[in-house]
Every structure is written in structure tokens, then in C-alpha cells.
Design a protein around this ligand. Structure first.
Ligand code: C2E
Ligand code: MG
Ligand code: MG
Length: 576
């Protein structure tokens, strides 16, 4: 606006056909502005400058009067630049732009300059007015913004934006030269735990130290970026083959073998999972490449962490399917699409229903009934099993308790517990809470765990078995006979019952091996004081065999499939 004001005034001045002297007076009006002002005649000889001009350039008025503004020229612009500038002024009477000039001291600085031609009523140019602002500060500010836009302030590494820009470039070069580069996505394992245990400043310190270890391992031509949170990425520019990429991924894993010591005195051992994809083989576009590397990372995480995985098409399909399923399952939990079905457990001696196993079902509005084999494994990996397991236990306890209150014959309730749940110290407390909340008698609850869950419990600071025994909750070992446990090692655990795996029962009574194993399990279990429950009994012959061997209880299609609560009550409890 200041520029326009000056130009307007200068025009008024010329409109009255003023002399150079009067032009100088006009300039004096603006001598108090912070903008430098130069007034020249038609031959571009300086006739006046203001005080700000002297302050900004270091030249006094006497030093420049009669000279052309060329005294201020830096060598930053070529002749063409000035030619363009002047042809613009000739054509339009006006030019504005950024220009690098030189102060008297020799220092080069950027300014925003506006030049306007002063024309008389005959449309003849009688002089020029230049108004300029020193934009050194502004420039510096812009550079800082630029820096912020491309670098991660915590680690000083490049950020996602700059990495993507470099990837785009590298991908083109790789394509042109028919060479490969590689992209590695790196995610710290259990970083959240560090943050939770030691606090965010410690988490930040750890990230910086991890970044440094990576950086020391890489060449300066490799691009190491922090994408955010605990995610890093490395772009290895071509030529890089799968072997080299694998070696570097392995080396990066190795950099974290030694503990990282934090300033608080804590020593932290952190692992990483790495996904690797080669370009252009695994993606012609940056977005595809990123998605594919991400799929490989997901797989690395799934496969036990502190490892790396390469991308493959098959792997992506799997990862995609899993993610879709995971999202759907989350929704299902929220939208109440899960149901608990109940399968009867019969006492062989009395022929009565003595219990029910709670088995979760997913009633998808589109797909219909989905069986647990399709989502229990996934929910373990994604830890959704915790809310899911809680929900099943709560729903089943509430249901069986409601039946007892309604005067129906009391039954034992069996609920499955996954390996991940067995490994979590919170599980015992959750069981207590749910029992209290629902008023369910602990003695009537049996938790079913597999041998895997048994081993998983060993890493838990809480011995779930002992805790449950204190409460009076019983424990059954599910799918027994398929794992590695021997009956004698079981003695160490307070297990109450063994569920003989369906695979043996199905083969009865024709298969001699199945006969031998079943007979041995029942015999030894009784010697050691465990109850036995046969799973998957489908025929009368199987039932007769089990009864003859002295098996305690049976469960299977012979007595009925898992049923929704109301149908179960109708069929087994009300009829009784
Ligand atoms: P499981 O605990 O061994 O459950 C027995 C499975 O055998 C059930 O499959 C049941 O429907 C099936 N079954 C019962 N009788 C017969 C029969 O006579 N013939 C045949 N062919 N199958 C029979 P389902 O309901 O599909 O559950 C599969 C597994 O999913 C369960 O095996 C259990 O490990 C897991 N699961 C189910 N619900 C839950 C849950 O709420 N939490 C957890 N953690 N796991 C669950
Ligand atoms: Mg079970
Ligand atoms: Mg089973």
C-alpha cells in the first residue's frame, strides 16, 4: 500500500509538471518511512533518495546522486533479469519482485522492490520511483518454515514429506536406469511401554538415541526419516538388490541389541520390526510402494517382532484381509453383533446336563454366522481378545445366573480363555470383577485353557491358576492330547479337568491308536485326580466306549450343537 501511495503522489507531482527539485521534495515527504525510496530521472540517474535508503544501503544521498541504481547491483541476477524487468516497466509502467542488492559494505541482501514509471500528461516518461523493503528477516523466517516443513524437530531427521519427495525422485531414476532401490519401514516394538513406564521425556530421548544408532549404520546417501511416533523409514537409493536390503535391515536390528541407557539411569532394550520393499519391483507409484512396505511391516510385527519381512503380493492380500476383518470385528464388538452360544455338557453316570460351554459367535448383518475359528486368532493378534473375552465371560455369567435365579436347575459354566489373556496380569482381576458384578458363584465357573495358554501364563507375574484356585474357579485343559504336555508335568498345575481333544474321540472306536490314547488319558487322569470331559462326541458307539472307560462327561453333536441362550434353556433346562 505504501508503494501505491508514493506512486500516486509522484504522479500528482508530475501532473503539475514539476521539476526535479520538486520531485526531491516529494521524496522528502517519505523520508520517514521504513521503506527505501529512490527517485530517478528518465535517464535513470538518481535525483533523490530518502533516509531509509541510506540506512538500508549504507550510501548517503551525496554518494548516489547522479549515479544509476546499478551501484546497488549484486551479481546474483544476470543481464536477462534486468532486461525483462525494464521491458516490463516500459510495457506496463510497473514492476514488482524480489531482488538481491548489495549494500555499500558489500553485503548482499534480498529486497522486495516496486518500480513505477512517472509519466507526464504527454505520456512521456519523466522519471522512475523505486520503493523497496529489506526482506532478510522474512527470508530467514521462510527458510525456517521450510525447514520445519521437511524435518522432524525431535531427531533432526527428514520427515515424511521430504521422504516422499525423495522417493518420487528415486523411483523415477530407478525406472530410467532399470535399477532397484529399497524402502524400509521401521517400527519400534513396545515403544508405548517405554512411554508408559518412564514417561514421555524418556520416550523422546530413546527415539533420539535410536535415530542416532540407525544413522551411524547407514551411508550418508541413504535417506533416514522419522515418519512420526515410533515409526522410521529408510530409503536406499539404487542400485540395491534384495540381498543388500536384507543385510541392512538385519544390521539395523543389530544396532539395538545393546541396551540404550537413558539419562534417568534406566537401561532399555528395545526391538524393531522392519518391512522391506524394493522399487520399482514392488510398486511403480509411491503410494503403492508405501502400502506394500507397510504390509511387510505388519507381517514382521505379527511374526514375533524384532524381525524383518519382505513384501510379496500374497502377503499383502493376507494383510489386507486381516485389516478388513479387524475393523469389522471392532465394529461388531461395538454394534453388539457378537452372541454367546451354549453347548451342553452331559454327565455320563447320570445322563444329566451338568454344564454348558460358552462359545462365541459373530452374527454379521451381511455375512451371517461367522465361527470363532475365523476371528479368535485374529483377535488374539490384535489384542481385541481382551474386550471380547471380557464380554463373553460377563454375558455368560449373567445368563447362567439369570437361569439359576429363574429357578432352573443350576449348571456349571465353562468359558474359554485365550493364551494372550493368560499372559496378562490384569486377567485375574477382571475375572474377580465380573464374578462380583454378576453375582456368579465362583465354584460354578470353569475356565478352559489350552496348553499354549498354560505356557503363556508362565510369563505372567500372576499365576492365574493359583489365583483361580483361591477363588474356587476350576480349570480345564482344553484340546488335551494335541499338545506336548505329559500328564505328569500337569501335576504341577492346579488343573481340575482334561478335555480330551475331538480328534481322538472322532476316531473312536475303530482306530487302535485313538483307543489307546483315550484309554490312557482317562486312566492316568483318574489316578492323578483330574476329571475327564470328551469333546466332539457324535455317535452312540463313541458314547458307549467312553462310558465303559469311565469318562466323566461328554460334549458333542450327539447331545446337541452350541445353541443360542433361549434355545439352550428350552431344550436342556426347562424340559428337565
Ligand atoms: P473348543 O473350546 O475346543 O470348543 C469346542 C469346539 O468344538 C466348538 O467349536 C464346538 O462347536 C465344536 N464341537 C462341539 N461338539 C462337536 C461335535 O460333535 N463335532 C464337531 N465337529 N465339532 C463339535 P467352535 O464353537 O467353532 O469354537 C472353536 C474354538 O474357538 C473353541 O474350541 C475355542 O478354542 C475357541 N472359542 C470359542 N469361543 C471362544 C471364546 O469365547 N473365547 C476364546 N478365547 N476362545 C473361544
Ligand atoms: Mg473350549
Ligand atoms: Mg476343545
Amino acid at each position: 500500500p505504501l508503494g501505491t501511495l508514493i506512486i500516486g503522489t509522484a504522479r500528482d507531482v508530475t501532473a503539475r509538471r514539476q521539476t526535479e527539485h520538486e520531485l526531491m521534495q516529494a521524496a522528502a515527504v517519505f523520508s520517514s518511512t521504513h521503506d527505501g525510496v529512490i527517485i530517478t530521472d528518465a535517464a535513470q540517474q538518481i535525483v533523490a533518495v530518502n533516509r531509509a535508503f541510506t540506512e538500508l544501503t549504507g550510501y548517503s544521498e551525496e554518494e548516489v546522486i547522479g549515479k544509476t541504481p546499478e551501484v546497488l547491483r549484486s551479481k546474483r541476477h544476470d543481464a536477462e533479469f534486468y532486461r525483462d524487468m525494464w521491458s516490463m516497466i516500459e510495457a506496463t509502467g510497473h514492476w514488482q519482485g524480489e531482488i538481491w542488492n548489495r549494500r555499500k559494505s558489500g553485503e548482499i541482501y534480498p529486497e522486495l522492490l516496486t518500480i513505477s514509471a512517472i509519466v507526464d500528461p504527454q505520456r512521456k516518461v519523466s522519471g522512475y520511483v523505486g520503493v523497496f523493503t529489506d526482506i532478510t528477516g522474512l527470508k530467514r523466517h521462510q527458510e525456517q518454515l521450510e525447514l520445519l516443513a521437511h524435518y522432524d524437530p525431535l531427531t533432526g531427521l527428514i520427515n515424511r514429506r521430504l521422504l516422499i519427495a525423495r522417493l518420487e525422485h528415486a523411483l523415477q531414476i530407478a525406472l530410467r536406469k532399470s535399477e532397484s532401490g529399497a524402502l524400509l519401514l521401521i517400527d519400534l516394538d513396545r515403544f508405548k511401554e517405554v512411554n508408559d513406564c518412564f514417561g514421555h521425556p524418556a520416550g523422546d530421548e530413546l527415539l533420539k538415541k535410536v535415530a542416532l544408532r540407525f544413522k551411524n549404520r547407514l551411508r550418508s546417501s541413504d535417506s533416514l526419516a522419522r515418519l512420526g511416533g515410533d515409526e522410521f523409514a529408510v530409503m536406499l537409493e539404487s542400485p540395491v538388490d534384495a540381498r543388500i536390503a536384507a543385510r541392512i535391515a538385519g544390521d539395523l536390528l543389530d544396532t539395538l541389541t545393546d541396551d540404550i541407557s537413558l539419562s534417568s539411569g534406566a537401561n532399555v532394550n528395545i526391538g524393531v520390526s522392519i518391512g522391506v520393499a524394493l522399487f520399482p519391483d514392488h510398486g511403480l507409484r509411491v503410494s503403492d510402494l508405501l502400502a506394500h512396505t507397510d504390509a511387510a511391516l505388519y507381517e514382521a510385527k505379527r511374526e514375533g517382532r524384532n524381525t524383518f519381512r519382505f513384501f510379496s503380493e500374497q502377503l499383502t492380500q493376507k494383510a489386507r484381509e486381516q485389516r478388513r476383518m479387524e475393523q469389522r470385528l471392532r465394529q461388531a464388538l461395538k454394534n453388539d453383533e457378537l452372541k454367546v452360544y451354549y453347548q451342553a455338557q452331559m454327565d455320563l453316570a447320570s445322563g444329566r446336563v451338568i454344564g454348558a460351554e460358552a462359545l462365541v459367535r459373530w452374527l454379521d448383518p451381511v455375512e451371517g454366522l461367522i465361527l470363532p475359528e475365523r476371528f479368535i486368532g485374529l483377535s488374539e493378534e490384535t489384542r481385541l481378545i481382551v474386550p471380547l473375552g471380557d464380554w463373553v465371560l460377563q454375558t455368560a455369567c449373567r445368563q447362567v445366573e439369570a437361569w439359576a435365579r429363574a429357578g432352573l436347575p443350576p449348571i456349571r459354566l465353562a468359558v474359554n480363555l485365550s493364551a494372550f489373556q493368560a499372559s496378562q496380569p490384569e486377567t485375574a482381576g477382571r475375572v474377580v470383577e465380573i464374578l462380583t458384578e454378576t453375582g456368579f458363584v465362583p465354584q460354578a465357573l470353569e475356565l478352559e485353557l489350552t496348553e499354549t495358554a498354560l505356557r503363556a501364563n508362565q510369563i505372567n507375574q500372576v499365576n492365574l491358576f493359583v489365583e483361580m484356585q483361591h477363588l474356587g474357579v476350576t480349570l480345564a485343559l482344553d484340546d488335551f492330547g494335541t499338545g506336548l504336555s505329559s500328564l505328569t508335568t500337569l501335576e504341577k498345575h492346579p488343573v481340575d479337568a482334561l478335555k480330551i481333544d475331538r480328534s481322538f474321540i472322532t476316531a473312536l472306536p475303530g482306530d487302535p491308536t485313538a483307543v489307546r490314547i483315550t484309554t490312557a488319558i482317562i486312566g492316568l487322569a483318574h489316578t492323578l485326580g483330574f476329571r475327564t470331559i470328551a469333546e466332539g462326541v457324535e455317535t452312540k458307539e463313541q458314547l458307549a466306549f467312553l462310558a465303559a472307560e469311565g469318562c466323566d462327561a461328554c460334549q458333542g453333536y450327539l447331545f446337541g450343537p452350541p445353541l443360542p441362550a433361549e434355545e439352550f434353556a428350552q431344550r436342556y433346562l426347562r424340559a428337565a
